[in-house]
Design a protein around this ligand. Sequence first.
Ligand code: HEM
Length: 388
Amino acid sequence: MTDIFSMTGDIDPVAAAHPQPLMKMMRDAAPIIDMGPEAMVLVGGDEDIRFVLGHPEIFSSGIDAVNIGQIRPLIPLQIDPPRHKNFRKLLDPIFAPKQIALLEPATRALVRELLVGLPEKNGCNFHTEMAERLPTIVFLQLLGLPVSRAAEFIELKNGILRPPTHSIEARNAATAATGQKIYAVLQEVIDERAVEPKEDFISMFLAAEVDGQRLTQEDVLDIGYLFFLAGLDTVTASLDCMIAFLAEHPEHRQQIVDDPSLIPHAVEELLRWESPVQGVVRITTQETEVSGCPIAANRVVSVMLGSANTDERTWDGADEIRFDREANKHIAFGGGVHRCLGSHLARMELRVAMEEWHAAIPNYSLVEGNVLLYSQGLRAIDNLELVW
Ligand code: HEM
């Protein structure tokens, strides 16, 4: 078992801050790297990764791949085809670009509210003031949970994704206990909405129908649990990575300050370069091979999205960060049937946050001497202290 979207276990802070050279070394060494019978097989080439993600019948994303305190498979992430399609048919329209566009004014108002008082200060911790709070509040509003509980939700999310201990037993126990709390909160809302529906996602899920079939309450619980973990920290990590990059690269920051219409392109290019979700995991259902290298059945495969996104065999100028890249077909949101359901929501949150932040605080830099500590797996930065 491994953490959600995680890759290789502990890596040092320098490699965590700049994983691209390490990825290149791995790609250059071999198409796959077998870390040993009890550990993972790493796949790093763009073409190989697209093959793995395109063959869920060989590379399953079933429940054994990831432990985030769940007691049943996460929906739709841990459901393989053909059943997976039924859930996406039902969920895709709720997350379609048209629906997400309706949320933009409220998201913009929220970012402005979070910014109140900040420009007058001379700095802040971007992670706690903006990156963590924005997606948490958006999520609470969408699911119809009270925003006053934001701090509690951040703590629950961190309890799963950033467990305080490195002992595997203690970690698993803490994760399971926090998982139970998340199920309990979600069940509370589901019970309320089943009796009295509101204008929120939980009510929509309970009412949604595909081919005459409705989701059960248990399904809604398993979807809510995944959203809680997949929708919060990913946006937090992406915002952290983007702002850290721009703080360290004033010439790139100036480009978007001078021309904010570049921001959507900057978001895509920084998603590619930073790949906040560095890897996803699969389990082989049978003996197979990748680029001629054999992989036994039942092995955990780490699919290194960050490596694919910087693979020089695919990308022209892979190591150059260009906000004017024409076609940017990165796989920071994954690929194949499990490609991120929340990508339109995430993009909207990221774009709006970048627009509003740079309109209010165009010049900022890192606190001198502060070594940024990137978290494992998802590349959030707890100590992203900025000055302006
Ligand atoms: C920048 C932010 C985000 C990034 C980088 C990201 C990345 C990803 C990746 C890489 C996957 C594929 C996982 C796999 O194949 O194993 C995924 C799946 C998923 N994401 Fe996101 N995500 C983000 C935001 C969100 C948000 C805001 C939501 C909101 C609900 C969300 C919901 C999901 C769901 C439900 C899946 C599973 C889809 C399926 O299995 O069909 N994500 N995401």
